[in-house]
Each structure stands twice: as structure tokens, then as C-alpha cells.
Design a binder for this molecule. Structure first.
Ligand code: DHB
Length: 310
């Protein structure tokens, strides 16, 4: 194994800044153990809800040349099961992060209150799930986000991060940054998939996935420029005490390098992890190492956020 690049997220040490994203291959104990056995810098769970869920009807995930589309519908074991297995995950000696995606404010408060009493290292509160029918993405509703964070910070005793959707308007970057800067948020993970895309198979004249008439979250290469822009703008607008985790279309060491240049302290791998499995972390890490060594850099802080002007 080659050198890894360590980092910290709100003071929690990660031996590698390259981690799994919540979503793919992180629902069951077996999948989470496979992440524990990989070089992923943390073990991040599938977003959990109050009750276990089977999720949406299949097919609900498809790869395409430029990425992926999914409408999983939050299949997960329910938060109590994730709490039960935290001690088994802690054995891998890396931070354990539980992604929380309650279907209501009350559910989020219940889940976070229960997580307070565990050894979980970080909580990633998902405000950006696009795939539950009838449930809008919270983080596109700024008053709802403000209220969610105000209530959550009253109960949360753990270090808290927020998973954001992609924003596409400069004013929206200002709006979300103002809310994050005025709440107790330790990190942001930017970004979730682009919600409600549609990919059509012209041969069969059908959508690629079944739920919601084929509408689903778009990940992979499609997402990278949007994700980089979100990381960069948030890096410019957020207080320095809020760390940024870059996620969206990272599949190579050079992709990871670009996210660090934009300002990310860690990166998460979603679609590439789904496609390639846990060995992708070491490959991306090796590619990153050889690229930054060639540039003469030794550690992330040598170039993090230092995107040059044209
Ligand atoms: C699902 C998809 C997401 O993008 C997310 O943030 C949470 C859940 C899903 O469909 O399971």
C-alpha cells in the first residue's frame, strides 16, 4: 500500500482523505465491513430513517457511460440497527459516520438524540435526498433548512455535518452559506446527485429506472463540474471552521486533486465505488499520490483551496 494523505474533519482524524460516499454499498454490516477493510478514510453508512425501508421498486439504479441514475428510495435497516453495529464498525480503527435522513424533522431529532449516546464519530445529516415520493429536498427550501438546523443543534451532542444538494445559482450559494455560517455545523458534504434527471433508452423507448416515471438522481461524470463549483463557492463563502467534503463524479486521482484545489479537506466516492467496489479507494489514492508528487507537493495543505486565477 502506498502513502495515504491524512486529513481532519472538524477535528476528527482520517488516515486518508478519500472515503466512501453515502449511498452505494454501505447499507448492510457486510458492506460496511468491506469499507472498513478498504483504504477508505472513514466508514460512512447509507442514509438511515426511523424505520427500516425496502426502498423503491426495481430497476432503481443504472450505470451509463457518463455516470449513473438512481432512485433507490432510501432502502436501509433503520437507525436502531446502525446504532447496534457501530461497535463492530469501530473495530476498524477509522471514523464511523452515520448518515441521517429522517422523513421529518421529528424523525431526525429522534435519530440524532439516539446517536448522541453512541460512539459514532460524526453525523452527516442528509438534507438532499431527491428520491422519496412526496418529500422535497429540504435544502432547496431555505426556511425549512434554517428551522431544521436550529432544532437539530439544540439536541445534537455529536459533531455534525450536512449533505447538500447541488446549487446552480449564485444567490442560492449565498443563501445556504449564510444559514450554515449561523449554525453549529462542522462540515458540509457537497454535493448529492443532481435530482430528478431522466435517462431514456431510445431502443426500448423506456426510461432506465422504474420509480417516478424514470426520474432519478444523476451521479458520476455528469456531476463533476457542478460539484466542483459548489465546493469552490462554499469554500469562498463559509467560515473557515466549517470543513468541506467534495463529492460528485470523482473517479481518478486527478479528479480528487481538483476537488482539493477547490477547497475540499476530504472527498467521497459514490458512482465509481458503486461500479468498482472497495478497491477503488486504493487506486484513486495511488493515482493521487503519483500526481501530487510529480507536482512537488507533500501534503494536502500545500495546495488545498489554492485554485489559481486566470
Ligand atoms: C437516496 C438517494 C439520495 O441521493 C440520498 O441522498 C438519499 C437516499 C435513495 O434513493 O435511497
Amino acid at each position: 500500500m502506498s502513502a495515504m494523505f491524512p486529513t481532519t474533519l472538524c477535528g476528527v482524524k482520517l488516515e486518508s482523505f478519500i472515503c466512501n460516499a453515502s449511498g452505494p454499498r454501505c447499507t448492510t454490516l457486510q458492506e460496511l465491513e468491506a469499507i472498513g477493510n478498504s483504504t477508505s478514510g472513514a466508514i460512512l453508512t447509507k442514509s438511515c430513517t426511523k424505520e427500516a425501508r425496502d426502498g423503491n421498486p426495481e430497476p432503481r439504479y443504472q450505470d451509463v457511460p457518463l455516470g449513473s441514475i438512481n432512485s433507490m428510495g432510501l432502502p436501509n435497516l433503520g437507525y436502531k440497527k446502525y446504532i447496534e453495529i457501530i461497535p463492530q464498525l469501530k473495530k476498524f480503527k477509522k471514523p464511523v459516520i452515520v448518515s441521517v435522513s429522517g422523513l421529518s424533522l421529528g424523525d431526525n431529532l429522534e435519530i440524532i438524540t439516539a446517536l448522541n449516546k453512541t460512539d459514532v464519530d460524526l453525523i452527516e445529516l442528509n438534507l438532499s435526498c431527491p428520491n422519496v415520493i412526496g418529500k422535497p429536498q429540504v435544502a432547496y427550501d431555505f426556511p425549512a433548512t434554517e428551522n431544521m438546523l436550529t432544532q437539530v443543534q439544540k439536541v445534537c451532542k455529536k459533531k455534525l455535518g450536512v449533505k447538500l444538494p447541488p446549487y446552480f445559482d449564485m444567490v442560492h450559494f449565498d443563501d445556504i452559506a449564510a444559514i450554515l455560517n449561523s449554525h453549529k455545523v462542522g462540515f458540509v458534504s457537497a454535493v448529492n446527485s443532481i435530482g430528478n434527471g431522466l435517462i431514456i433508452d431510445p431502443q426500448t423507448e423506456r426510461p432506465l429506472i422504474k420509480p417516478k416515471g424514470g426520474f432519478g438522481g444523476i451521479g458520476g461524470k455528469f456531476l463533476k463540474p457542478t460539484a466542483l463549483a459548489n465546493v469552490r463557492r462554499l469554500y469562498e463563502l463559509l467560515d473557515r471552521k466549517i470543513d468541506i467534503v467534495g463529492v460528485g463524479g470523482i473517479e481518478s486521482g486527478v479528479d480528487a486533486f481538483e476537488f482539493v484545489l477547490a477547497g475540499a479537506k476530504a472527498v467521497q466516492i459514490g458512482t465509481a465505488f458503486m461500479q468498482q467496489g472497495p478497491k477503488c479507494f486504493e487506486r484513486i489514492s495511488n493515482e493521487f499520490e503519483s500526481y501530487v508528487k510529480k507536482k512537488g507537493y507533500r501534503e494536502l495543505e500545500d495546495f488545498r483551496g489554492k485554485l489559481k486565477a486566470l
